[in-house]
Design a protein around this ligand. Structure first.
Ligand code: HGY
Ligand code: MN
Ligand code: MN
Length: 410
């Protein structure tokens, strides 16, 4: 079914620009960390657009926002959406494109006076990034029931405040229930955030699934001492243990090969002074792999190395898991439809896994789910230079339009 309908690209680009102006940072990036005032302002802007489009808005107890467009029949909606929170050095497309393309689909149907058989919904989920509060995909995990609401609300962020107090402060602690939501099908449009599509000159990614993600926070406690008077053999240096573990996980990825990834993105040393041996190091390790068994081996070997490194240096080591998600495979029928619809639009398309985590991986636990990727220029994301060509944005949104129409009509 190759609908004659097409989205209004200038209107979509205008909304992308307007949302990017909220929390804009020098150089063209965006900073709207979850549940900050900037996130609130972004939420208010998108909710305003939802209202203008005639959507019925519900805000749930973890702050997820769902705009519902009624169909001819009642029942579980066909849903699209993503997130509008960003990392500290975010781009304007990560998450935002999926939400705004969903609104553009609604606007296009409104313009055409079309009412679908099933209800349609456009959602943005709270704290997809997990940069301020872990785990990532927190809102969609609570939405579908695999994270207890109270655990999420009690979560303390990197700045020492809780999800609950921030959600209340920004006015998005809603009354809609969580955990038992019914969704007929979910489709998320997202920028690839990697180099593959651009490298191969392909316009659409038919996403096969999402790789496994394991986040751990390590805390090392040693003894601070004078950098000039403490012999090397008598040191209990938290900093060197953090450095050794960091080098180990990089070497481990080279040894394991395949798709194993490791990132140490956050490191805090105390007292963090040039002439003082660090007595405390707090750092995070992000391990990912499409192969769950290899990922489990990487996690196990990292723990073992860390324990040994701490013992060798005579320091204490603690660690806590911040996220632990197994690899997810999307519904074959959804993957195939992305391929067929893209081909029907004359677009080049290829199947590929997602390196990044997405709300879709949580919705996949409760309904048939698919994702549509469009290329990231230079493969950049979580970087203020994140960019996707307008033409590719239009192509992805048109594939989304047709897929949602089909799912909501059958
Ligand atoms: O970490 C991720 O993959 C996502 O951006 N939350
Ligand atoms: Mn994202
Ligand atoms: Mn992201």
């Amino acid at each position: 079914m190759n609908t004659a309908l097409a989205i209004n690209l200038p209107r979509l680009l205008q909304r992308i620009q307007a949302l990017a102006d909220v929390g804009a940072i020098d150089g063209g990036g965006v900073c709207r960390l979850a549940l900050t005032d900037a996130d609130r302002d972004g939420r208010d802007l998108v909710v305003g657009w939802m209202r203008e489009l005639g959507l019925e808005i519900s805000i749930d107890a973890i702050g997820n926002v769902v705009g519902l467009r009624r169909g001819l029949e009642e029942g579980a909606p066909v849903m699209t959406g993503s997130h509008i929170d960003t990392v500290r050095t975010g781009g304007r497309y990560d998450g935002n494109l999926g939400v705004l393309a969903g609104l553009e689909v609604v606007a296009t149907l409104n313009d055409a006076g079309m009412v679908t058989r099933r209800p349609l919904a456009v959602a943005f989920f709270t704290n997809e990034e997990g940069a301020r509060f872990q785990p990532d995909m927190m809102g969609s995990l609570v939405y579908q029931g695999d994270m207890a609401l109270q655990d999420a609300l009690d979560t303390v962020g990197i700045d020492g405040t809780t999800v609950r107090e921030n959600l209340e402060r920004i006015g998005y602690a809603g009354g809609a229930p969580v955990g038992d939501n019914k969704v007929h099908a979910f489709v998320e449009l997202h920028v690839e955030q990697g180099p593959l599509l651009e490298h191969e000159g392909v316009t659409i990614g038919a996403v096969t699934g999402v790789q496994g993600i394991h986040w751990t926070e390590y805390t090392v406690e040693g003894i601070s001492n004078h950098a000039g008077t403490t012999p090397m053999a008598l040191r209990h240096d938290a900093g060197i243990v953090a450095a050794r573990i960091t080098c180990f996980v990089r070497d481990l990825t080279l040894e394991l090969g395949g798709g194993q990834l490791a990132t140490v993105g956050q490191v805090q040393l105390t007292p963090n002074l040039i002439n003082v041996i660090a007595n405390r190091a707090v750092f995070t390790i992000d391990l990912r792999n499409t192969d769950g068994a290899v990922l489990a081996e990487a996690v196990r070997r990292t723990f073992a190395f860390a324990e040994q490194a701490a013992q060798d240096e005579g320091v204490r080591l603690m660690h806590r898991s911040l996220a632990d998600f197994a690899p997810v495979m999307f519904d074959e029928r959804m993957i195939a439809r992305v391929e067929q619809i893209a081909t029907g639009h004359g677009l080049s398309v290829r199947r590929m896994p997602s390196g990044a985590g997405h709300d879709a991986q949580m919705l996949a636990r409760i309904c048939p789910t698919g994702m549509i990727f469009v290329p990231s220029v230079g493969g950049l994301s979580h970087n203020i230079d994140e960019f996707t060509n307008d033409q590719d944005i239009g192509a992805g949104a048109d594939v989304l339009l047709e897929m949602l129409l089909e799912l909501a009509s059958t």
